[in-house]
Design a protein around this ligand. Structure first.
Ligand code: ADP
Length: 313
């Protein structure tokens, strides 16, 4: 039986400003990156979000489908639009991000007509993946609905994965983020946590916040350093896996998103945690060697994933 994965979150329109002021259009989002790399690795994955009924929403759907990402659980909200951000690059090459996303359709995934259908559908997946950025979209009521949905997933024998991805600007205050991340980690079976995110959120107690779940769930703790290492704590394992050096780091966009995709694909294929971490490093290493979040297909590393379990035939 095919293992089905759902990635929950928001994809926004991306406009990159060029030196002459013209804008180059693309799209991007952390959990979408993970979904796209999961699909490339042969995993049956759906992206679960809400879009509008505008031409750009149509384009996104077509692009995701072309990458093999399932779009059957994308809700379309009439009259609404996707969020949007502009990337501005200053004279010294420093990039800044500017957002228009408060009324983005994706924020209403867990509210309004159709939300009950989304929740019921999510409960049927084998693995549901969300990030700290996903959490920041929904507000208290939406987060409560997501938490209840995750309980339903687990009650049916499915698993829940949470990737910390903390972006302070997505939250009204730090206390709300701290509480939401605590709840999400307590509800997860697999946690991807970056030491940096944890330190920003919880200060010196950061790692403790995640390590208290050791034994109850699988933890992938991404540390700093160059090349960085990850510590993987699973039932009987506590191993540290160093990333191989990358000759030229071009752009670290989607490093963590692609790492999570390869890690999950390897675990779904029955690989042990340390091997899954190596797969994560290999894919993330390829991703940071290229500009942008999505690398050319030809640049995808050939990861040692077993073809049978949990992969699209
Ligand atoms: P994010 O901040 O997006 O979560 P991280 O900095 O945690 O990303 O990096 C995710 C992964 O990307 C690392 O675990 C590693 O596999 C790879 N990576 C990032 N930076 C480097 C680097 N300098 N050299 C080699 N691999 C790297």
């Amino acid at each position: 039986m095919t293992t089905r994965v759902a990635c929950i979150g928001e994809c926004m329109m991306e406009l990159s400003e060029r030196p002459d002021g013209s804008l180059l259009r693309g799209y991007g989002g952390d959990t979408l990156n993970t979904a796209l790399y999961l699909a490339r690795l042969g995993v049956a994955v759906d992206y679960v979000t809400a879009l509008g009924d505008d031409p750009w929403s149509e384009e996104m759907l077509a692009a995701w489908a072309a990458e093999g990402v399932g779009t059957g659980q994308v809700r379309r909200l009439p009259g609404r639009m996707p969020g949007l951000y502009i990337i501005r690059t200053d004279g010294s090459g420093e990039r800044s991000f500017h957002y228009w996303r408060d009324s983005a359709a994706a924020r209403d995934l867990f509210s309004g007509p159709g939300a009950a259908g989304t929740r019921a559908a999510l409960a049927g997946y084998d693995l549901v993946y969300a990030s700290g950025i996903s959490l920041s979209l929904y507000g208290e009521a939406g987060r409560a609905a997501l938490a209840e949905t995750c309980r339903a997933v687990r009650a049916k024998g499915g698993r829940v994965a949470f990737d910390t991805n903390y972006r302070p600007r997505g939250w009204p205050d730090k206390a709300k983020a701290q509480a939401a991340f605590r709840d999400a980690m307590a509800a997860a079976d697999l946690i991807f946590a970056s030491s940096e995110d944890l330190a920003w959120l919880y200060g010196r107690e950061g790692e403790e916040e995640v390590l208290r779940h050791h034994g109850r769930c699988e933890i992938v703790l991404k540390g700093g350093g160059s090349p960085p290492s990850v510590r993987v704590l699973a039932s009987d394992d506590d191993v540290t896996v160093q990333a191989p050096p990358v000759e030229a780091v071009v752009d670290t966009t989607a490093a963590g998103d692609s790492f999570a995709a390869a890690y999950m694909a390897a675990r779904l294929a029955g690989r042990p945690p340390a091997e899954a971490a190596s797969c994560g490093h290999r894919l993330a290493g390829a991703v940071i060697g290229h500009r942008g979040a999505v690398i050319p297909r030809a640049a995808m590393p050939d990861l040692p994933l077993t073809p049978a379990l949990g992969r699209r035939s």
